[in-house]
Write a protein that binds this ligand. Structure first.
Ligand code: ATP
Ligand code: MG
Length: 384
């Protein structure tokens, strides 16, 4: 059958004689009254059964028991009850064992608030005290925290990431175990760490990244101490801006080592290093030299987005492509000399937008360096 809503997946599985529950983040977010952004379902049915029952599905992680059932506007991940072994590649458990009971499946989950299940009638299956921890706003490991962090060190970063997203506290024994196990985070793949950091940076408490650094979870990336990240929370919640803000506080951070795609990584790192100009002309020069992407990020960091958007909307010439003359207008000049002339004219036009007229630029008097003479006034453009 073709399911349209996640509840139909539960219905279909149950009618076929299997157990099926919502589990993990969707149950937690429902109980907290937060929007649910993805649906995880856990079931006693084996993956082949799930594949056979639903028309539109993808065997996304069949070896780990996961089938994605496509719904009208999203998908739901349907995973067979299982336990996990260790995560040696730091991404997937090496070996999973399918198990019979919901409770065993709940026991493999990271935190009590992520280990609750809900059936189609809304009944909650809370084997590890998740509801009490939701009420106390605590992130507590399921089982012995140290054992759980040794199985998968990412859970330490997840604890802090969820604390930032949900405004929860990491329970004291869980936090103490993070302190003891932090060194294990060195072995994690950069991609997994990047994903946790980005979610934290985009959360209402991005300064939690400093806490991760202070706990020793980010030493592999050169972040070895907590620093003041209080400026981040007031920045727009856009990944490029928040990453750049982090780079401002930790200038040695290499976003490419964190496996951000090359262009966004370089843009964020470059924008973080740009000194903020003091006036509109300074922002124009910055946009001209650094380009729109980096200019916008720098503006966000400096709380000058309005200034920069006004400049970009003004239609004033910022780049050679907008200059009223091109190389073809200077047939006597070649190579570097031509480049210098065009850039000199651009620099002039940045200061005097009204001079961006072909006739004006062709006849502009030059000083001995080939730049428009300083005494050349903007009014020239109006007179000519
Ligand atoms: P969100 O999707 O909002 O980030 P989530 O709780 O749904 O939060 P996911 O990463 O989507 O988190 O994982 C779904 C569920 O799978 C979790 O709620 C948790 O029960 C379990 N889980 C995910 N990753 C781990 C892990 N590394 N160790 C143990 N359990 C995990
Ligand atoms: Mg999820």
């Amino acid at each position: 059958m073709t399911a349209r809503a996640p509840s139909e997946i539960l219905d279909t599985l149950e009618q076929a004689g299997y157990e099926a529950y919502y589990v993990g983040g969707c149950v937690r977010d429902r109980l907290l009254g937060r929007p649910v952004h993805d649906w995880d379902i856990t079931t006693s049915a084996m993956p082949e059964v799930v594949l056979a029952l639903f028309g539109h599905c993808v065997p996304t992680g069949i070896a780990h028991g996961t089938v994605t059932v496509l719904l009208e506007d999203t998908g739901a991940e349907v995973t067979t009850f299982r336990t996990d072994g260790s995560y040696h590649d730091g991404r997937h458990p090496d070996r999973v064992t399918f198990v019979r009971s919901l409770r065993e499946d709940q026991a493999r989950r990271d935190f009590t608030v992520n280990a609750m299940a809900m059936d189609r009638w809304g009944r909650i299956y809370d084997a590890f005290g998740g509801q009490a921890d939701l009420d106390r706003r605590l992130l507590r490991a399921v089982g012995d925290p140290e054992t759980r962090f040794r199985e998968d060190a990412l859970r330490m970063l997840r604890a802090l990431r969820f604390s930032a997203q949900l405004d929860f506290t990491v329970e004291s024994e869980t936090l103490a175990a993070i302190g003891r196990c932090a060194g294990l985070a060195r072995a994690l793949s950069a991609e997994r760490v990047r994903d946790e950091l980005e979610k934290t940076l985009l959360s209402p408490r991005p300064e939690t990244v400093a806490e991760m650094a202070g706990l020793g979870l980010l030493t592999a990336f050169g972040l070895t101490e907590s620093r003041d990240l209080s400026a981040l929370a007031v920045l727009p919640a856009k990944a490029a801006v928040r990453w750049a803000g982090l780079c401002r506080a930790y200038p040695s951070l290499d976003l490419e080592a964190l496996r951000l795609p090359k262009r966004p990584a370089q843009d964020a790192m470059a924008a973080a290093r740009i000194p903020y100009p003091g006036d509109r002309l300074g922002w124009k020069r910055l946009l001209s030299a650094e380009g729109e992407t980096r200019g916008r990020i720098a503006a966000a960091l400096a709380h000058q987005t309005e200034t920069v958007e006004e400049i970009l909307a003004s239609g004033e010439c910022l780049w050679l492509k907008d200059l009223a003359v091109t190389g073809a207008d200077f047939p006597a000049l070649r190579g570097p000399a031509l480049g210098r002339r065009l850039h000199a004219l651009l620099a002039y036009v940045l200061e005097h937008p009204e001079a961006n007229i072909r006739e004006t630029l062709l006849h502009i008097p030059l000083d001995s360096q080939g730049s428009p003479a300083v005494e050349f006034s903007a009014n020239f453009a109006n007179r000519s």
